[in-house]
Structures are given as C-alpha cells and as structure tokens.
Design a protein around this ligand. Sequence first.
Ligand code: SF4
Ligand code: FE
Length: 480
Amino acid sequence: MPLMTGRQYLESIRNLDLCAHMMGRSVMGASQSPLALPSARAVALTYDLAHAPETRDLLTASSPLTGGAVNRFTHLHRSTDDLVKKVLMQRACGGLTGCCFQRCVGMDAGNAVFAATYACDKARGTGYHGRFLDYWTRVQAEDLTVDGAMTDPKGDRGKRPKDQPDPDQYLRVVGRKPGGIVVRGAKLHQTGMLNAHEILVMPTMSMRQGEEDWAVSFAVPTNAEGLVHIFGRQSSDTRKLELSFDAGNPVYGGQEVMTVFDDVFVPDERVFLNGEVEFSGMLVELFASYHRQSYGGCKTGVGDVLIGAAALAARMNGVENASHVKDKLTEMIHLNETMFACGVACSHLGRPTAAGNYAVDTLLANVTKQNVTRFPFEMARLAIDIAGGLVGTMPSSADLSDDEAGPLIRKYLAAAPGFATEERMKVLRLIENITTGAGAVAYLVESMHGAGPPQAQRIMIARQGGLAEKIERVKKLVGI
Ligand code: SF4
Ligand code: FE
C-alpha cells in the first residue's frame, strides 16, 4: 500500500468520526473542530513531506517488515544513522510547523514495545513479539498514526498502584475473558490523540511483584468501545475560532487529550505485556529514552522558528544591529544548537537491542531532555526581551478594520521602513503563541514534563553517570 498523502490522512481521520468532550459539549467528529484542525494539519504535513522530493529521504525508510518504504514516523530504527535521521526529521518538521506535530510518540512507543516484547519472550516464553510484529506491520503498511500512551494519573503520588484508595489511578487489567482482557484507567497528556488511528498503551512506571494487573501493554483503535476522550485546553485556544492572525500560528497547532479507558476489551492478539512486571521497567526506560531524544529534534525545530521570529522582530523594531540584540540572538542559537547536539550525540552513540532495532544512548538522551527542561524557557525569555512589551499588549487584529482604531494602530505601531504594521503584528503574535499562548503548551510545559519531568532525568543521569568509576580514576591518578 503506498504511503498516504496529507489529504488522504486527513480523510482517514475524518472517517474515524471520533467523539470527544470539548468545552462542555460532547462533539462527534471532534478532530474536525476548528480547535483541533490546526493540530491535524501539523500531522498531515508528516505525510506530505514523505512525498516531497527534498524531504523524502528524511521522512521515509526501508522496512524489512513490509519489504518497502515506510514513513519514518512508523520506522523501527535499524542503525545509528536511522536514529540521527529521526532527529533531523523532527527538527525539519518543527521548523516547518512551529509546533508539536504529534507523531513521534507512536514511533517511540513502537520501538520500545518491539524491544521489550522480544526480551520478555526470550526470558518468559511468552508470545508477545510475534503479535507485535503483526500489529506493527499493519501500522507501517497502512501508514497509521499511533498515539503512544504512557502517563497515568497516579492519584496519591506517595502510594504504589495497589495501595491507592482508587486502584484505577494506574491503568490496569480488571477482567480476563476468553480471547482477551478488560482494562480500566486513564492516560493523561495524550499528544495528538484525536489525530491518531491507534493507541499503543504502556505502563507508566516500573511495576513490582504484586502489581501484575498494572504491568500491561496493548493496542486499541482510537474509536474502541469504552474509550472516552476529553480535549485539553491551551492558553488562548479560542483564538483558533477567530480565524485571524491573532492565533499567532495561523496554520498549525498541537493537541493534548485525556483519554479514559472505561472497561475496554482488548483481544489477545493486541496484548503485548500482561503481568510480566520485570519487563515493565525496561519498556518505560526505553520509551522515555527515545522520547527524550525526540525533544532534541522537535524543540530545536520550533526553536529555529522562535529565533527567526525574534530576529525579524528586531529588524522590524529597527534594532537588529544593536550589539546586545545580536548577542541575545547568538545566545538563543547557542542554546538551541546545544539541545540539538545532545539529540544527535545520543543517536550516534546508540546501540542495537537484542531484538535488532537500535536504542539511543540512555545517559545522553537524559542529558538532552534535561537541557530541554531549561533552554526553551531561557530562549522564550530572550525572544520576549528582544520583541518588546507589545507581545503582551497588542490590540486585536480585528481593530485594524475599525475606521477609528485601524489608522491609529497603523500609525502608532508602525514598524521600521520596509515593513507594514500588520506584518510586525503577525510576527509578534507568533512569538506570543510560542512563549505564552497555545504553542507554549508544547514549547514550554511539555519541554518541562513531556517524557518525564526534570527529576526523572536527574535520577537516570545519577544512575548512569559512573560516579564510582570516576572516583577510582582519581584514586589511581593521585596514587591513593
Ligand atoms: Fe513529537 Fe515533540 Fe510533539 Fe513530542 S512534543 S510528539 S517529540 S513534536
Ligand atoms: Fe511528548
């Protein structure tokens, strides 16, 4: 089956006719809502770029499962070169959309489940890997978008899953029937859920003996019976309804959803972990590392847009040659390239898993994401600094059409020669979008918490940092 185009993808999503709760209403065909459409367009671009001559090499890969070309967003990485290309692809997509394009979580989940099911089968004689291969072959052949779902609500964070007053705070198996299992729980922060065909669920953390019901991985279609999708709000999201440049990013956007699994039946052939607690940690760690690598690509792509917008705003303000402005732009570039360098480095130092796909270097993937929890915030600060206070105080674009206000806005918000006031306002709105508006959900909040909060990376960095070995080196060097 040939790879889908963006238009075919959008049609496939429309045909799913997903229902979601949005702003107090239950909406059929929720992915077609003006609130969600910008995010669908961002995913659609990942399909179109696979056909465009200049990006085809980056956006496609050869798969032994299908024997043909697949979209890289469904690819099981076969080399460190594949891992590097993944980061380059994400930077390209971020730079073209200026937002989260949502399709990475499925790719990262697919690679993690591929490796973990293989390891589980080897150790326990289970039959998950073959099932997963069948499933993923279909994902690749049909060029599907998959939502990789990990984050549980977690209730009382001080208690293990089985000790929670409400055991559904961690998604779990509540029933075993002939031919399948019944699951209950919720997944929060689901990036692009309404734009996905499939959900690939993983445990939210490493489970222990006695927590078998929570050690579960499986896949269901996004329109499976028993799923309830609740659309997440974003700052200034209703500006998308105005269809004006006040939205900041006039074409693209991101999407986050809370999805509840209200006793959903999962047939055996879609179950990839069911009680093997010792492999839940491996699965979580693999996914987290892949996704921490991802941020070294996508956030730098959005960073490219923010740097460009800050530079253009400086030019429009007539201050592009001021030395402090040049220095701030240089600092933004330095921060952005540092995140990118880490993403590329953890890819180059990747290694094959026993299953045959390639995993990233865990320590450097965690360093990548730790930087991502900080640098976009500093870059946002510098962009707002350069752009000026108008980022937060500008009148509505609708006032430009007013007989009285329009000419006054054009006169008093005039830009440097060569630029129209309206052009200046568009650039400032984009900076507003990324730093404090709807785009800041992905650029800032997700940079902090996506793929785990900063502390999760610090735990891994401490664990992988080789402190004992470093002490031994010193002892040897000084003769202790
Ligand atoms: Fe991909 Fe980045 Fe969006 Fe995560 S935040 S899905 S890595 S674009
Ligand atoms: Fe994410």
